[in-house]
Write a protein that binds this ligand. Structure first.
Ligand SMILES: Cc1ncc(COP(=O)(O)O)c(C=O)c1O
Length: 394
């Protein structure tokens, strides 16, 4: 028998709850149950044709070998051009590193920065993977709670109070999964003022940048020279261009030494991102795809308006209109017998009405649920009708 002493660090990780719930819904569906799932964290659109065409071209021309670990030169250049054009940020190609999705980029950064006992400040509710990776890397999560009253945003005062000599990183996620809030330029400037003079990094997850409604997006790195130097921008193609399965994400960072260390790390575990996906990503980042991206954004906006309006009429539920991403994050504390127990709410809803939502507890915020509107309007209407029936029956 091999030695069953598993590394303690691996036992610290739990399965992503969003993935667990999607799998359960899929299982019930396979058993013939009529399930409407609103747990997805990905656009339901197909990847735009010019991107697919480029992938086919790359494949047919034999672009099927290892590439530089950090990415092919034309992709690094395309990312620099995108950051300059859309975010007003200037980076050199050796300040960019392409990884297997933004999730991989985040893992790389936490691995490279977090020392045993370092504190990482994470506004709650948060995307499920941040605290898991921090724990895995030996760091300590320090959560700053937010709610409707603060519009699900941290205040400069809260940030000041959370900082200790051990603080290493502040994680920002705007537009946010799960709340859909977007930090304004002024709010980011205020955060920058609190951090000025400190050695704290900002890890700015901007993966939902393209999905914004009636507001403007500002990168955390764009508010001042100081913020530019301390911020590691994380972005990718999954959400903006419906490319979740292609696995392309990237980081941009002014500290070339850090980028080099991450390059070393990636070279020892995954090497480069799939060569064909890299070629296709050059097209995805070009102006050629701008119309497709805008079309998807408008479709998401329409779905958001429908979902928000219908959800707002449900008794016992309160919610804020999201400014970005593709989720509603309703407060269910006023619904009947659940006392804000979001897991019980989601389990009973799935059993009674075949509707899959993700409990807020997965995002560090019990009393809420996450409803993804990355699906057709008919499904949204049918799902919310079922939720209304569920609430009426309890
Ligand atoms: C906030 C946030 N960051 C990062 C990711 C990871 O995206 P990718 O597919 O690029 O790994 C997700 C995916 O759900 C996300 O919601």
């Amino acid at each position: 028998m091999p030695n069953p002493t598993y590394a303690p660090r691996i036992q610290l990780l739990s399965e992503s709850t969003t993935i667990a719930i999607s799998s359960l819904a899929r299982e019930l569906k396979a058993q013939g149950k009529d399930i409407l799932s609103f747990s997805a964290g990905e656009p339901d659109f197909d990847t735009p044709k010019p991107i697919k065409d480029e992938a086919i071209r790359a494949l047919n021309s034999g672009f099927t070998h290892y590439t530089a670990v950090s990415g092919i030169p034309e992709l690094l250049k395309a990312i620099c051009a995108k950051l300059e054009r859309e975010n007003g940020l200037h980076y050199e190609p050796n300040e960019i590193l392409v990884s297997n999705g933004a999730k991989h980029s985040l893992f790389n950064v936490f691995s490279a920065l977090v020392c045993e006992g370092d504190e990482v400040i994470i506004p709650a509710p948060y995307w499920v993977s941040y605290p898991e990776i921090v724990t895995y890397c030996g760091g300590k999560n320090v959560f700053i709670p937010t709610d409707e009253k603060s519009n699900f945003k941290i205040t400069p005062k809260q940030l000041k109070e959370a900082i200790t000599p051990k603080t290493k990183i502040l994680v920002l996620n705007s537009p946010s999964n799960p709340t859909g809030v977007v930090y304004s330029k002024e709010e980011l400037e205020e955060i920058g003022q609190v951090l000025a003079g400190s050695g704290i990094w900002v890890l700015s997850d901007e993966i939902y940048e393209k999905l914004i409604y009636d507001t403007t997006f500002c990168s955390a790195a764009a508010v001042s020279q100081d913020m530019c130097e301390r911020t590691i921008v994380i972005n990718g193609l999954s959400k903006a261009v419906a490319m979740t399965g292609w696995r392309v994400g990237y980081l941009a960072c002014k500290d070339k030494q850090l980028v080099k260390y991450i390059d070393n790390l990636q070279s020892q575990c995954t090497s480069n991102v799939n060569s064909i996906a890299q070629k296709a990503s050059v097209v995805a980042l070009s102006k050629e795809c701008a119309a497709d991206i805008e079309e998807m954004r408008l479709a998401f906006k329409e779905r958001m308006e429908v979902a928000y309006k219908l959800f707002s009429t449900l008794p016992g539920i309160t919610l804020q209109k999201p400014q970005g991403a593709f989720y509603l994050f309703p407060n269910i504390q006023g619904v009947g017998k659940f006392g804000g127990d979001s897991m019980r709410f989601c389990q009973e809803l799935l059993q009674a009405q075949g509707v899959a939502l993700v409990p807020g507890s997965a995002f560090g915020q019990d009393g809420y649920v996450r409803f993804s509107f990355a699906c057709g309007i008919e499904q949204i209407q049918a799902g919310i009708e079922r939720i209304a029936r569920f609430i009426k029956d309890i």
